[in-house]
Design a protein around this ligand. Sequence first.
Ligand code: 13P
Length: 251
Amino acid sequence: MRQNIVAGNWKLNTTLQEGVKLATELNEILASKTINCGVVVGVPSTHITEVVKAVDAGKIGVAAQNCADQESGAYTGEISAAMVKSTGAGHVILGHSERREYYGETNATLKVKTDLALANGLTPIFCIGEVLEEREAEKQNEVVKSQIEEALFHLSADEFAKIVIAYEPVWAIGTGKVASPEQAQEIHAYIRSVIADKYSAEVADNTSILYGGSCKPGNAKELFANPDVDGGLIGGASLKAEDFYGIIAAF
Ligand code: 13P
C-alpha cells in the first residue's frame, strides 16, 4: 500500500544556521508525537549533511531540491546525484515548476536526472502541474500526462515503483490560491489512471501522489481526506516548524 508523505520544500531560504535550527525545532516537535505519515524536508544542498545530523532518521528524511543531469566532470556549479546521496539525503525533488520555468528544465532533462537519481539510490519526488492558462483552457490533464510520459514512462515498473509524484498546479504555488479538494482529487485520480494504463493497477495503487500549492495547516486535512491525495509538498508553510507540524498532523 502506498505511503502518505508530507514533504517540505525550503527552496532558496535559510542560511545553514537557520536551517539547522528549523530542522532541530521540527525534530523536537516530532519526538513527542505519533506521526501517521512519512516526513521529508527538502533543504538547500549546502545544508543536507548538517540537517541529516540534526534529525531522527527514523522520523524525518532529507531531500535535495535538484541534482545534475550529468554524472561527473567539467560542469561547474553542479551537484551530482552521487554527491547528493553521499551527504545522507534519501530523496531528491525533481522537475519543480520553478526549475522548469527559471532554469529551462525540460522533460528530456528530467528524464536523465530521474535515471541518475534512481541509479544512485535516491527517491525522486517528481513534480508535475499546469500553469494558469492551461487550467483555464482545461488542458491540465493533457499537460500532466505528457510531463509523466516524457520524463518517466521509459522506466520499468520496478523503477517507477520508486517514484513519488507531486502534483503542483503552478497557479497555486506561493499564491495563497489553493486547489479545491475536488480539483485535487479529480486530477490525482486522473494521474493514477494514467499510471495504471501504462504499468498496472497495482503499480498505480502503490504510487504516492502528493499535492503542492498553498497547502497550509488550515486546508491540509480536507485535501488529504481525498482517496487519491497521499500527502503534500509544502513550500512556505514548511519554513515554520509549528506550521509544518500542523500539516503533518492532518494525517
Ligand atoms: P507553497 O506551499 O509556498 O505554495 O509552495 C508549494 C511548492 O512549490 C512546494 O514545492
